[in-house]
Design a protein around this ligand. Sequence first.
Ligand code: SF4
Length: 407
Amino acid sequence: MKTFNVPVIYRSPLISAIKNQRKQQDRMKKDFTPTELDFGPIKIKLARHFGFCYGVENAIEIAFKTVDENPDKRIFLLSEMIHNPHVNNDLLDRGVQFIMDTAGHQLVPWESLQADDIVIIPAFGTTLETERKLASLGIEPLKYNTTCPFVERVWNKADQIGKKNYTVIVHGKPKHEETRATFSHSQAGTPTVVVKDIKEAALLAEFITGQRAPEEFNDLFKGQYSPGFNPSTDLQRVGVVNQTTMLATETQAIADYIRQVMVTHFQLTEATAGERFADTRDTLCYATNDNQTAVTGMLLEPADLAIVVGGYNSSNTSHLVELCEEKLPTYFISSPEKMLSANAIDHWDFHHSQEIKSQEFLPDQPTVTILLTSGASCPDALVEGVIRRLLSFYQLEHKADEMALID
Ligand code: SF4
């Protein structure tokens, strides 16, 4: 896979050495067991895959290069480039401005933009409406485009099935930038509706089967369907695509469920299911798949707790937390400093969207085993920082240096 020029501050020689060693031992990526770092009283089991993905490295390379090459120009990002506060703050420090926040609220008025400004499209992509807006201001919308190719692959899939008269069901968070972009591209070619989870998929199924009156649709799916969407006629042939960072198991469950509803309701067979349900497997990106499978592999190991590092608004990171929470006490932190001491930790409760403090997160016992991973937008340097901070609570920080030297 292509390598990118990412600022060295985000890299970690220690983590790179571990990743390279695992890669050499397992080129086909079949081994999802974690890497065990045994420091005596503290053992850290590091997920097989974590950290910056292709799309994030691509976006970082383009954004930093653009800043370096254009010192005399005003540079804007449509919104956060990726969901990581460290990377976004570094760009802000270099004078880059965000036009919108992650919820789509305007921070910089469109009217203040000029034709010679640079506007960078983030890794999530953007809507066709925004592209048109930029063009109307004289700004070439795709000149500085960091949209991830794996997101574009979803748009292409939606386009392909739309051309075959399937309605597109997007499994995603309706307000997430990527889902808004995918929705915009898909609805340009075919009726489109967003479902955020299996409950909404079940609700949609009631319109497919006629158990619910079509009049209820507009209220129940407010803001999540394309203009003119008619549940009576637009749910006859469907296909499911997803926001690339959703939980793979949930997307699969939704696709399987909707397929079964179509098969039963329209009295299809396995052989004829394709008449009304498009095959759209494979719209999860490789990084989401690898990172989630690595967490599943990591959770097979006995441990006392899990730590997940990443931006609090990162969708892919919150899904890793969700998986860990099913098995273990789990702490979602954005940086090593969130571990205030061996006793206290500030961590994100994504169920209630708030940071909370927990005491005695490290159990008082002779040996503590910790599972550790990070999201696709989290620099490896932060994961190394977490390892070092944990070791410092046991006066073992020198062990990380020794390990870096050995590798
Ligand atoms: S998580 Fe996947 S889709 Fe998203 S930026 Fe990374 S590689 Fe692209």
